[in-house]
Design a protein around this ligand. Sequence first.
Ligand code: NAP
Length: 320
Amino acid sequence: MKTIYVENFGGPEVLAIKDLDLPKIKDDEILIKTMAIGVNPVDTYIRSGWYSGSKIPYVPGFDASGIIIEKGPKINDFNVGNRVYCFKSVSGTYAEKIVVKQGQIYKLPDNLSFEEGAAIGTPYGAAYRALFHKGHAKNGQKVLIHGGSGNVGLAAIKLAKSLNMIVVATAGSEEGKGLCKEAGANLVVGHNIEDFKEEILKFINDGFDIIIEMSAHNNLKTDLEFMAMYSAIVIVGSKGEVPINPRNLMSKDARIMGFVLFNAKNDELLDIHRNLFELFISKRMKPPIVGKTFNLRDAKEAHALVERGSYGKVILKPDN
Ligand SMILES: NC(=O)c1ccc[n+]([C@@H]2O[C@H](COP(=O)([O-])OP(=O)(O)OC[C@H]3O[C@@H](n4cnc5c(N)ncnc54)[C@H](OP(=O)(O)O)[C@@H]3O)[C@@H](O)[C@H]2O)c1
């Protein structure tokens, strides 16, 4: 079967196509024929060797969707033929077939396509964890989604709107702003413009209950100026250091927290995906926005696009 295989860390060119033997499953494992694979920024960090603890050689990827074609005798909750999506796997998701354990896969709602399913695992998992497990979001609260135009941001906008929150989102381009609007944001502002602060404060003058931050090294200092009393900043993404004045937190009885989705426990992941299923199947939340689709063999181009900045979920499609 065809896979993408990384033998050395480096640029997108290290993503080589390779034929590997069909994996054999253990008693507690499941074999999935992949229909679509989601590409995430973390896949590019690991490929470049930037992510600590990564080992070569490996098959990249955490997100995919497909159909179960075989299951071990200890698997009771899924059957051959089920449409599923995964977050994490045993074998890596950039492949025609993947091995997963129970706890890594979830039922794909019938009203979502495989491409939409491959867009759920990491971005929706991170957005849900940020808003609800960390931010403890409540109906009607005000949230700033800083980096709303990316895949986590768009998921966070939709989740927040499903709870009737007042959402301000930021984006770096007109295309990104359009996506934030389409996802339901009440106000969209450019994160590159000078009067960004004034524009936000004109709309929300008593601060945000929650700030979901995709670029903390750029924004954490100004985020402190936008906080309401008893509020929270949840850091989803950061690529460096930033000086802040802790007194700004003290005066608001506020908190800053961060998380990595890989640290979520199995029961927390189950909670996330059970709730996402309900939101999608009931149509209380619109499906994920799918961007450009590449053939699996063109994973190099897909990574180069994600690194340049893409709009909507970048997807790989195997030939099967
Ligand atoms: N903690 C976790 O477990 C976890 C999980 C998933 C993702 N992440 C991280 O979260 C971040 C977002 O992930 P993603 O999948 O949404 O990536 P993405 O689709 O590539 O989107 C990146 C987002 O960051 C925005 N951005 C760029 N510069 C910004 C700035 N100065 N201020 C505010 N926003 C800015 C982009 O806006 P424009 O393109 O419109 O400029 C875009 O909305 C990444 O750093 C990713 O590694 C963390």
